[in-house]
Design a protein around this ligand. Sequence first.
Ligand SMILES: [Zn+2]
Length: 582
Amino acid sequence: MMRFSDEFLKEIREKNDIVDVISPYVNLQIRGSTAKGLCPFHNEKTASFTVYLNTQSYYCFGCGSGGDAITFIKNAEGLHYSDAVAFLAQKSGIPLPQDGYDDTVAKMKRRMFDANRDAAKFFHATLMSPEGKTCLDYFLSRGLTMETIRHFGLGCAPDKWDALIRYMKKKGYSEQEILEADLARKTKNGHVVDTYRNRAMFPIIDVNGSVIAFGGRVLDDSKPKYVNTSDTLVYKKSQGVFALNFAKKGTGKTIILCEGYMDVIAYHQAGFENAVAGLGTAFTPEQAKLISKYAEEVILSYDSDEAGQKATRRTIGILSKTPVRIKVARLQGGKDPDEIIKKYGKDKMQQILSSAVGDVDFELTREKQGYNLSSADGKVAYLGRAVEILSMTNNPIHWDVYASRLSQELDVDKKAIVSQIERKAKQNHRRETKANFDKATTFDDEAMKKANPDRQKYLVAAKAEETLISLLLHNPDFYEKIKSRLSEDDFSTSLNCRIYRLLSQKLEQKRPVDVTYFAEDLNDEELGYLVRLECMRENLSNTVNECLDCIKRMKEEKIERNTKQASDMTDDEWASMFKKNQ
Ligand SMILES: [Zn+2]
């Protein structure tokens, strides 16, 4: 990959203030030289995403992601590094260097979108041909109209090993490209075969209208029932939402979330064009985040069976970390929306959706079934649970409404219930604030361990290394005074050693050492780690002596460990070590 010059990156840095870049994505509260907001890279309710105005960098104390304006755009938009640079360059009117921009990945992505679109056309044409008759009969038997089939671009994968491969090759795609798009797979014997054979095909279309993946359903009872596209360059299973491309156009801000493709299609055919479904496995936080971009309210419309109800509770937990209002539809008269619409028509379905209850209501009703409310003990226990559930909502209007209802149901004083909820909510808040504070002040968190796997093993040495790196980042002039006292051998952890090597290379050449200039040499986790070291500076005295203390500590730790290892060695190992050094 071509590299960008320091000068070019410097211009990008100066013309794209990090607060301006991040603000459209995160609601930032600026205080002095830092800003805080809810992290866009993980779900959280209290802000641990921190932006440092002085260093033009960000770090999330919750998930460990960190970097500069370029890294932020790269992660927020899911772009390749060089595309993120190009994005910011274009935004601020800086011409791209002629030879410094590598668009290989962008080209590969475009090619994969084309391949998926061609495959979707092939599946649809097959469905409409004599070869697709069984499949078409299946769709029609499920009550779909031809109009619906065309609207969703449904298709049929022929009952052959390589029908799609041959078609795609004729269209000019290489075997490699077909494999990378997961339109074909390699068998254990090394044969390349179509991923989808003899299946009803559901194309997955992203919000920009590009086909990004497929779901293929069997036409009989064989297993597996569904085959779905694995992760590719243009598709992440955990992020796919079926029919969101249609639902996002809806005028209302409500989205109906279903379990399966057929439910979504049944809803749309009945005129509910705001129905979507998660793809493949269980509902994920990424899918929740994507949906919450387009909806203010989500109505859960899962199957009425035990498994569906369990999934409903799980999904409420995930959605409640986003700003959307959650409601739950109580399906009556059938096991899923598809069946209810078929049996009773769309008016009945509309009625069910209109009477969907809030998530709190759903939880309370479910809890209530577990208690014997005719006994005093049962009442007290249920009330305790209800107070807990309500205190989590942080919504005083909820508290008032439900306290009234509980007071009538259980014959308990309403004021007493409200004050219990308030007390509990305060406790929750204190606990959360404390947990957040602990997370922000303890040094040994998960994200740092993940980026630097040696850290935990050599904690004392690692902390000395980290302090030293932080000191050099903020005081580049110290480098000349300490460099002769330090070598790479003095480092105990390989990541810190590598960072020091990069840092000293830059300092030798008098190049800048902001996080921006490390982005092409470190991965995302490592870059976050570096920002974390950079923002330690408030706790440092920033003197050369402090550097020297760190170096001393690093050497002591290393020597102590070497001595210990030596005593554990066999005679042969001991001897071979000397041979190596000669
Ligand atoms: Zn985060």
